[in-house]
Write a protein of this length. Sequence first.
Length: 420
Amino acid sequence: MTTTVEFMQAWTQGADGQGATRARELFQKVYGEDPQGVWSAPGRVNLIGEHTDYNAGLCLPIALPHRTYVAVSPRTDSRVRLVSTMDPEHPVQADLDGLQARGVSGWAAYPVGVAWALQRDGFPQVQGFDLALASCVPVGSGLSSSAAMTCAVALALDDLFGLGLGGDEAGRVRLIQAAITSENDMAGASTGGMDQSASMRCRSGCALRLDCRPELDAMSNVRQVPFDLRAAGLELLVVDTRAQHQLNDGQYDQRRATCEQAAHLLGVANLRQAADQVNGAADPPSALAALLEQLPDETMRRRVRHVVSEIGRVDRFIEAFGRGDYVLAGRLFNASHDSLRDDYEVTCPELDEAVDAARQGGAYGARMTGGGFGGSIIALADAGKGSDLARDVAERFASKGFKVPRALIALPSSAAVREV
């Protein structure tokens, strides 16, 4: 018996597209008038470079065609009214006046937090707003549904209140920071910034090589890397394991704190500096071993080994894919996942089983993507192979008693835009 797989389709874009229409119709139903506009931002999938962003490292995300849409109108007071297609009968409210960190709970913390962050960043003209949200980015899948939400809202508020930030890269970096602040300080979900950068800065047909060193400016910390799967005769399968994925349960914070402590003990500002020393050495394995000997316990050594080796894998993947060496690119996927499983310990049984099934089914390589502890995996495979691999994963899941997974075929998409 063949196990069926739910394939998640992206909504069509544009003024009359499915996404804008759903958000606009919900706005009209709840607020009794047309919104002033509809904006959207994509979810993302990270090709390689996991848990490196907050270590000033490298990562390589692409934007997904799956997006979050927000229909918004400004208000002249400090009141914020919000509603989502996920719970259309229960709108929520908040007030920006006197708002403090963690002052809003639930999903409303994310959009309200963006306005709060922009006010704190020197834009007092940002006031309240009415918002209706619709999204085809699966929640809890590790595909950055929260970043898609905050970035769509940031771009909407930029337009509605005349901030003038969304039209260039430097301005978008300030919107990215507002989205990060919203997640970190209002919603209490730690994030290093890669997700928001992808949602705001990715281009169709490209991956975004993001260099997270704090000393780099907005024009020098990204490079668009050609990532044309169709031309290469490849597919990138994304499988949402539907294992619960949360970044606010303390595990993420623990690993981040361990990395910061390790950097302090090594006498460097961040682990990127250590990684550059190791990866630029004549004998990187020996250099890494010598570095790890300076650390006091095995857990810290394993965490640092992952970060240092993962930073090195990013440019190796770019080089391998660019010259058509998809076998090596797949091996780097595999090495990344194995490191995340064994050294960083952020996988879970569902992620490991999905990766094993994809590898055994003939993928060049497979790895978890995102923060971990649930969420999604990606697999690099020949074109036309993705559906078969997804069924292999589903059959493995059925035999283990796991939830039926969902899947999509990823193509590099574009960043946040005004839809109408």
